[in-house]
Design a protein around this ligand. Structure first.
Ligand code: HEM
Length: 338
């Protein structure tokens, strides 16, 4: 059961934060020290990995192409699938990052009687990946209201748009429902599809459970324990964390400490996990290079500097000895002076 261990780990994290934060004096640890350590680990780890990738040599052009490359004038060039210059690469990257374009091409392979292998287009993973990632982004942006005073108009506008359905009181955010929907699908896909279950590892389940835990504790705070949660003290703490003058001025419900602790674990875990695809997608040479191998000569920068030595040069150097040893030469020795 590759998902029981990550599930148990997330439950253990919840218990640690719950019990830990109810010990007098420990709020300082869970509210200030751990979040700071987590954010430092995140920033240092993220930068380290990006720098390591940026330093890795990429001597050849290895973009994945899936369209007609630039060739003869009367053959239509597919600029997005086989980009030949930087602006075309930027357009391709932009669509990949904003719309997950390569995932759109996802296919499902099946073996039928015969045996016959079939591939059919499958857009579900694309749809739920988009739903999940955009919900996450909007939630994180909305959270900026806790850290910024005054709250910028853009954050207020996002908050207004997200709550526009005005369901319930406090108003339900659409992204709260959609992030759960996305997570349930992404988890279900690993669980239900046989080959996905086989391929999935604890490291695939852990972030799903962890983010699920963060979303559920957040939703509980907002909708079910709102009166217990001292939002003024939380705002004071959040602004304090952002301005390096943190202060816990009132007792805050454990639910908040659980939420914050799970977020801290996510941040600290991020640089060492597959979640680094967030940074990696920008540095992926199969995507960020132009397909111009037949237009430009790319020379491997660390090739040893080999001086060419032609046969003519070789013979010039050794002609005398060659003649002496009866080895045929192309150019005769100059006649000896009498
Ligand atoms: C990965 C980062 C985070 C995620 C995904 C996340 C997720 C959520 C979600 C889904 C909610 C439900 C209500 C809403 O959508 O606003 C929520 C509420 C909340 N979160 Fe977070 N959260 C994150 C980080 C944080 C941090 C760092 C803090 C505080 C320092 C925080 C404090 C709160 C509070 C106080 C609420 C209740 C808001 C209210 O009652 O209006 N969250 N969170």
């Amino acid at each position: 059961m590759k998902y029981t261990f990550p599930l148990a780990a997330v439950i253990a994290l919840v218990l640690i934060a719950w019990l830990g934060s109810s010990i007098p004096g420990m709020q300082y640890l869970f509210g200030i020290v751990i979040p700071y350590l987590a954010i430092a680990t995140f920033i240092i780890g993220f930068c380290y990995r990006v720098v390591q990738w940026a330093k890795s040599p990429v001597p050849f052009r290895i973009p994945t192409t899936c369209g007609q490359g630039y060739s003869l004038p009367w053959i239509k060039h597919n600029k997005l699938e086989a980009p030949t210059n930087t602006s075309q690469v930027v357009a391709r990257m932009f669509l990949e990052i904003v719309l997950f374009r390569s995932l759109w091409r996802h296919t499902k392979a099946e073996i039928h009687d015969g045996p016959k292998l079939t591939y059919e287009s499958s857009k579900w993973i694309w749809l739920f990946a988009i739903i999940f990632h955009y919900s996450f982004l909007v939630i994180v942006l909305r959270h900026m209201r806790l850290f910024l005073e005054p709250v910028p108009w853009l954050i207020q506008a996002i908050e207004f748009g997200d709550g526009i359905l005005q369901i319930g009181s406090p108003g339900m955010y659409m992204t709260d429902a959609t992030i759960i929907l996305g997570l349930v699908f992404l988890f279900g896909r690993r669980l239900i599809t046989r080959h996905m279950r086989y391929l999935s590892l604890a490291n695939d389940y852990f972030p799903l459970f962890l983010i699920f835990g963060i979303a559920v504790t957040g939703i509980l705070m907002r909708f079910y324990f709102r009166t217990d949660v001292d939002i003024v003290a939380i705002k004071r703490l959040a602004v304090g964390l952002a301005t390096f003058q943190p202060i816990i001025q009132a007792e805050i419900n454990s639910l908040f400490y659980i939420h914050l602790f799970l977020v801290s674990v996510l941040l600290a875990y991020f640089p060492y996990s597959k979640l680094m695809h967030m940074g990696g997608v920008f540095l992926s040479p199969t995507r960020n290079l132009a397909n111009d191998s037949r237009m430009r000569r790319h020379i491997n920068p660390w090739n040893p500097d080999i001086k060419p030595h032609s046969y003519a040069g070789y013979e010039d150097e050794f002609r005398e000895f060659m003649v002496e040893n009866d080895i045929p030469v192309e150019k005769e020795l100059p006649p000896k002076a009498e």
